[in-house]
Design a protein around this ligand. Sequence first.
Ligand code: MRU
Length: 361
Amino acid sequence: MNQPVSGRKPVRTLAWEDGALHLIDQRRLPREFETVTCRTAEEVAAAIRSMVVRGAPAIGAAAAYGIVLGAREAAEGADDFRAEMARIAGRLRSARPTAVNLSWAVDRMMRVIDACPHMSPAALADRLLEEAHAIAAEDAATCRKIGAHGAALVEPGGVMTHCNTGALATVDYGTALGVIRAAWSRGTPLRVYACETRPFLQGARLTAWELLQEDIPVTLITDNMAAHVMHRGLVRSVIVGADRITANGDVVNKIGTYGLAILAREHGIPFYVAAPVSTLDLSLEHGGQVPIEERAASEVTHIAGQPIAPEGVDVLNPAFDVTPARYVTAIITEHGVVRPPYEEGLARLVNRLDEQGADIA
Ligand code: MRU
């Protein structure tokens, strides 16, 4: 499918059809609406690495289908199915290092294999497909619950967001953008200030596109305008997503998030983080322990293939930063809103859940 973007497009970030995973190619939006088809686990890993699909929950769900494709391949040809699956799981987990949803989803899929020691590889591949569908369906439902919990926190007026946390970053609906969507559909009058999010421009290319599709008022700003826009009193709340939240409530999210949190504090604006429980990593005490992905220098030195910097210049390109918990007003999850102190609140939340994330309290 290769079509110019005009009119509304139904956003389904990923779809399983005819034994293959179909992904909206997020590198091409908003200029073209195209899909990429993955027929092997390796193709899914490559799609995650190259950002065909991106956003923490979306890469988790894509990796789950990658495990299905890997199991189908291994069921046909591998001498040792389980050893091959462990290798494939490692390839998928390492495609991107920061968002914990990726390893969360791969681990959940691998637990299915561990739980069925006597099942044939072919039967396991079928069982894995059911699990991947469950992960995708739960993600869409989770985002709607996050939206429902967070909608009341969005004050009428300007709401600033960063990166893309919408339907494209999840299976459907979105996390931070899901909260904004929910507030809007309840009738909260608002205008989204979308930071463009250099260098990959997820805000300009994807968030602005999604909001325009939904007729939600949006104003695009470059990242360096955030302080000025807050100072002018245009912003009543800031809401972002997360790639990993550690036990103490530190939030690892798209580069630039930390700066927005400091600015929000300076201007007395609440700073909310919306994320599913699959984004929590309570095995890590603080954000300094999270691996921060370094991406190619060309993302900084080029825009749309055009050089914008002198050849050979040294470049830093960390894809994420750590926002210390003290700047975070509240964390909105599918199980409710957690407020400081986060160490207790997040532990209490996770202790209420079973292995699949269902509330057993
Ligand atoms: O590099 P990306 O585009 O995968 O980064 C995405 C983000 O940082 C999002 O804010 C985060 O994954 C939350 S998405 C619901």
